[in-house]
Design a protein around this ligand. Structure first.
Ligand SMILES: *Cc1c(COP(=O)(O)O)cnc(C)c1O
Length: 688
């Protein structure tokens, strides 16, 4: 929605009605169609009638004031005495209706933020539900600092956006020192902009409004220039401005900017649960979990609060030479849930740095192990692998479209065939092949055993490579080969970790303990960048020695172990436990599986691959020959675009349509996502 402004007071009698009327008139003067609302009123309906008259709206009084009590009492008391509950739904419906009719709706509150409407529902809850920012009306005189700051604090803690404070001179009085200094003190202490002070106007009358006196006084004293751009859904102009800046200054990742500037971008402003909301108020299902990171939905209360709580302690201090509380606590929590052999946690910032630290650790480990192992310098990885975009990570990756450009910058890596059964690289058929690709891997490893430090693998699903799901038993055989030939196994669970595959870690599906485990994307529940490289004790011990031996792991990133990120990760893990995420996921995984069957009816769906809550649908130009769509057709991009128009955000990789919903998605939401994808594939492939 976001098409309104809520006018709240630090107290009763601060002049909310005058400010509401003044704002309505001023915005109308600026060319907006302004609606007004006074959701709850007790006593007489004078304020409501005044607002209606002043603003000249034609809306029914029941919409402008859906909740009315005759007795001039606090709303909860009045509702008890008159025996009628305050109907929040009716208020919301009225607001929605007014939003449809107007560019912006000015909602005049009742009392302040902490006024109860039911036993456990306050004005602040109503504001959150209407999802609009507030303007705080305050008095400039003595005693106002405390009231105003408390209002600001409570609004912030509730997650309410504050546009600013307007001071209203409710009495005709000469300005004393308090009146002169309070606004700037409050601005400084709260960090909230002061929009201005409205001078005393004696008993504002309808005539004052008609003659323009109120509007002129308001415009002269109150800064509202930013208000329409920042908060009204006039926002086509607001959005256009953002779009221009985006196209002038931003460079988007993995994006042909020539195409980008030709298209109208969706600009996300907020999120709630499985939904993203753009600046125009459109909502979209987050079908790729904001690129494979989100777990519990957006604005999850427990994580929000954990981060806020940590902010009140400290946002960052370094792990170089110091430690910090959340980093310590998180390390223990991670070791508790990770495969048993892993004992140490090394933090970094993102998936790529987790990979860098993992491969450097493996390399240095062998260099320090003794002369016999000094030749172990190479890595084995898989074709179609992706492990990040820094140079080390690119060296162990092999998606030619992304990686071939940088070939001359990379260290040499040995590549093995991936378990891509739909397009088997060694031209066998599963299951008759009995995992022939692993035999090929074993041959490669055995030939290079003395040269190889480690093998790096994305367990169970190679996600960026196109949701390549490995058949049962593949991972276990890889572990056996690593052990047999004495090379370290690095499991890149940056994308598949934290429940995405149906188990906490993908390695658990085949009971495989890696020597190094890389975690990032969902580690913080999708809130913040953070990564962890977990290792077995033996590797860790390989770095111990006298200082002068220089066996130290000389590697680290500035924001390592950032307390805010670690606090959100702890809250994420708490939620896995408290909400039994993995248990409740199993039914939804089965539902998803059922829903996917019908996709085989579609002419151009070649393969459907699912592992847990990860889905890849491979489109082909011809089902029988598995002929690929030419890249130029941008088939995946066009389907994602179509899905977006239908209210779902997904991002394909090449010709593979990908769905990775937040684990918290409801069955209904999952169903809706699948339906939209089906329709989008149908619509786009039919045009071809
Ligand atoms: C995303 C990803 C990475 C890289 O993580 P960044 O945070 O983007 O650096 C590495 N490995 C896998 C499997 C990934 O999906």
């Amino acid at each position: 929605m976001n098409k309104g402004v809520f006018i709240t007071g630090t107290d009763t009698g601060v002049g909310k009605t005058v400010v509401s009327a003044g704002l309505a008139l001023s915005l109308r003067h600026k060319g907006l169609d302004v609606g007004v609302m006074k959701p709850i009123q007790s006593g007489d309906r004078g304020d409501t009638e005044f607002l209606i008259k002043v603003s000249g709206v034609k809306d029914e009084i029941e919409l402008v004031n859906p909740c009315y009590f005759k007795k001039p009492l606090a709303p909860l008391t009045a509702s008890k005495i008159e025996g009628v509950k305050i109907n929040i739904t009716a208020i919301k419906n009225a607001f929605d209706e007014l939003c449809k009719r107007h560019d912006i709706v000015i909602v005049e509150g009742i009392g302040g933020l902490f006024v109860p409407l039911t036993e456990d529902y306050f004005v602040s809850d109503l504001i959150l539900e209407l999802n609009i920012p507030i303007i705080i009306v305050s008095r400039p005189n003595l005693g106002t600092i405390n009231h105003t700051l408390l209002t600001v604090k409570h609004a912030r803690e509730s997650g309410i956006d504050i546009i600013g404070v307007i001071f209203n001179e409710t009495k005709k009085k000469k300005k004393g020192l308090a009146e002169k200094t309070n606004p700037s003190i409050i601005e400084k202490l709260s960090g909230v902009p002061i929009l201005g002070t409205l001078p005393y106007i004696q008993s504002v009358s309808i005539t004052d409004c008609k003659t323009g006196k109120l509007k002129n006084t308001f415009l002269k004293n109150i800064k509202i220039d930013n208000l329409p751009t920042a908060y009204c859904r006039l926002s086509t102009a607001y959005k256009k401005n953002l779009e221009d800046i985006d196209k002038t200054h931003l460079w988007h990742p993995f994006t042909q900017m020539n195409d980008w500037v030709k298209e109208e971008p969706v600009i996300i402003e907020r999120g709630k649960g499985s939904y993203l909301y753009d600046t125009l108020g459109n909502k979209y299902l987050d079908g790729n979990s904001s690129y494979w990171v989100n777990i519990h939905g957006h604005r999850k209360r427990e994580i929000d609060e954990a981060v806020k709580k940590q902010i009140n302690k400290i946002s960052h201090s370094t792990l170089l030479g110091l430690s910090n509380v959340p980093a310590i606590e998180l390390s223990e929590r991670l070791i508790k849930i990770a495969p048993e052999s892993l004992k140490r946690v090394f933090y970094s910032d993102d998936g790529s740095t987790a990979v860098e630290s993992g491969i450097k650790m493996a390399f240095q480990y062998w260099q320090q192990k003794g002369k016999n192992f000094k030749s172990k310098k190479k890595f084995i990885a898989f074709y179609n692998a992706y492990h990040g975009d820094t140079i080390g990570a690119v060296s162990v990756g092999r998606i030619d479209l992304f990686h071939s450009m940088f070939k001359s910058l990379l260290f040499e890596t040995i590549f093995a065939p991936p378990p891509y059964c739909y397009r088997c690289p060694i031209e066998k058929t599963y299951p008759e092949c009995s995992l022939a690709c692993v035999n090929e891997l074993e041959r490669i490893v055995s030939e290079n055993r003395d040269k190889v430090a480690a093998l790096i693998i994305e367990p169970k699903v190679m996600m960026p490579g196109g949701i390549i799901t490995a058949p049962e038993g593949f991972l276990k055989r890889v572990r056996e080969i690593c052990t047999k030939y004495n090379i370290l196994m690095i499991a890149d669970e940056v994308a598949v970790g934290f429940g995405r595959t149906g188990k906490m870690f993908a390695c658990e599906h085949e009971n495989v303990p890696p020597d190094i485990l890389l975690l990032s994307k969902s580690l913080t529940g999708g809130y913040m960048p953070l990564a962890a490289t977990l290792t077995i004790e033996e590797i860790y011990k390989g770095f111990l020695g006298e200082y002068s031996e220089f066996r130290t792991f000389f590697h680290g990133h500035t924001y390592t172990g950032n307390p805010l990120a670690c606090a959100s990760a702890i809250a994420n893990l708490d939620l896995f436990k408290k909400e039994r995420i993995l248990d409740s996921l199993q039914d939804k995984i089965l539902l998803l599986k059922d829903e996917l069957i019908k996709f085989y009816n579609l002419e151009n769906v070649g393969d459907i691959r699912q592992c847990g809550f990860i889905v890849g649908i491979e489109l082909v130009a011809d089902k029988d020959t598995k002929k690929q769509y030419p890249m130029e057709e941008k088939i995946g991009i066009r389907i994602a675009r179509e899905a977006r128009d239908k209210g779902l955000i997904i991002r394909p990789i090449g010709n593979i349509v990908i769905l990775v919903p937040p684990l918290s998605s409801t069955k209904d939401e999952v169903h809706k996502m699948v339906e939209i994808i089906y329709d989008a594939i149908e619509a786009v492939t039919c045009q071809n």
